[in-house]
Design a protein. Structure first.
Length: 444
């Protein structure tokens, strides 16, 4: 029997309350389109649970009726992984109300955080307790912790602190059936079989809905911020590599991205070079460490740090404001030994009629470029060609943004057939009806 939308809304309302169920198209509009505006679908309803029991009841109901469920946090992703497909008949499960934060353990730095809490809120919570959180990214005001775990978010401090999964001690999650699994003890040693916590990190909402997370905080460290200009990716790597062992961040921006930021913000670009790098170093810079560099400066105070970081963090915003046509945003990584060659190959390939606003920037010592360009009309064959180029260098088609809907057709470029089969087997075991985030990670 076909699903009756009104009946679904009524059942959801009985679980979470009528005020927490949205079904009017205008009220659901922001939940069915991704941050880029490129991926959009539709939904039977948007439901906003306030506790794990409500999430469990929603999933049990949807499982019994065969209704697809799309978990959603801050909806800040760039690969369409948090929005439903068109004509999907899905329910969007928004976790933003589940934003609690427990006390920070003063000895261990452990803290339990609701999936809907934003990164910015966690950073304030940690700071107030004398701690810091190891992951930071530009979308901190809207990105949610549950979404960051589900996508294994990266950001600017991966070179020093690792990806999101490295900060995760345990999770509470709800399976497609509505069953709740919880591993929040924070034990340093628990050698009792499969690590379901780490399995859920990076699963993009396809294996379960993360509702709460136990995180490891770190003690704040004193850092220096170096701004240097250079004329090649190879030179940028040479400069940053001298600080291996005490790197907190190492970011690279090409001239096109910097010029866009300058046009939007008025910030003066420090040097007339093809690239700028931001190198954040734990501790002090030793005398003589920078004297051989022609184009270099240090951020002298917090206002200068904010200004220089804006050169990196506002590139996406600046490109959105100044570019014309259909935006393409790719997120790739390659071995550091190939990074210079890949930059040259990508920019050479994209230097063709119909392609504009080409910008590459990213996390230098992670081997991670974000590739931005525009076309008119849309031409996804260009995306595919860039991803194939990256695969030819032994790289990944997704460094930190995930696969989502955008790259599901290209998963084979980074994963072997046996790997994909194993992943599908895990998906089938935990979500036998295939209701969780259909079309994400795998093609249907």
């Amino acid at each position: 029997m076909p699903v009756q939308p009104d009946a679904v809304v009524d059942q959801l309302a009985r679980i979470v309350g009528a005020e927490q169920v949205l079904s009017a198209p205008d009220l659901m509009a922001a939940f069915v389109v991704d941050w880029t505006g490129r991926y959009r679908g539709d939904a039977l309803a948007v439901v906003r649970p306030g506790c794990v029991a409500e999430v469990s009841a929603v999933l049990a109901m949807c499982s019994a009726s065969g209704i697809p469920v799309v978990p959603q946090g801050g909806n800040t992703g760039l690969v369409g992984g948090s929005v439903p497909l068109a004509n999907s008949g899905a329910v969007v499960l928004s976790l933003t109300r589940m934003n609690s934060m427990g006390p920070v353990d003063p000895v261990t730095g452990h803290v339990s955080v609701g999936a809907g809490a934003t990164l910015a809120a966690l950073q304030v919570h940690a700071h107030d307790a004398g701690w810091s959180f190891g992951v930071d990214l530009a979308g901190r005001d809207s990105a949610t912790i549950g979404g960051m775990v589900a996508t294994n978010a990266g950001g600017i401090h991966v070179v020093g602190n690792g990806m999101m999964r490295k900060q995760v001690l345990g999770v509470e999650a709800v399976l497609a059936s509505g069953e709740v699994i919880r591993s929040m003890s924070g034990l340093a040693k628990n050698n009792t079989g499969y690590d379901l916590t780490q399995l859920l990190c990076g699963s993009e909402g396809t294996l379960g809905v993360i509702t709460e997370v136990s995180l490891q905080l770190i003690r704040p460290r004193s850092t220096e911020l170096i701004v240097a200009g250079c004329d090649s990716v190879e030179q940028a790597l040479s400069i940053a590599s001298r600080f291996i062992g005490k790197l907190a961040a190492a970011e690279i921006m090409d001239r096109a991205g910097l010029d866009a930021v300058s046009r939007v913000t008025g910030i003066v670009i420090p040097f007339p070079t093809a690239f700028h790098i931001l190198v954040e170093v734990n501790g002090d810079i030793a005398p003589g460490e920078l004297e051989d560099l022609e184009h270099v400066t240090l951020a002298m105070d917090s206002s200068e740090r904010t200004k220089y970081w804006a050169l990196r963090e506002r590139i996406t915003e600046a490109m959105a404001a100044t570019s014309v046509g259909v935006s393409h945003k790719l997120d790739i990584s390659v071995p550091l030994s190939d990074l210079d060659a890949v930059y040259r190959e990508i920019t050479t390939y994209l230097d063709q009629p119909g392609v504009r606003d080409v910008v590459l920037f990213g996390h230098l010592m992670d081997g991670n470029f974000h590739v931005f360009f525009t076309t008119d009309p849309d031409d996804t064959s260009l995306d595919a060609a860039v991803l194939e180029l990256v695969a030819a260098h032994g790289g990944s088609i997704s460094a930190e943004h995930g696969v989502g809907h955008m790259k599901a057709d290209h998963l084979h470029l980074s994963r072997s057939a046996p790997e994909i089969a194993a992943m599908r087997g895990i998906k089938a075991a935990l979500d036998p009806k295939g209701i969780l985030n259909p079309g994400v990670l795998f093609t249907r």
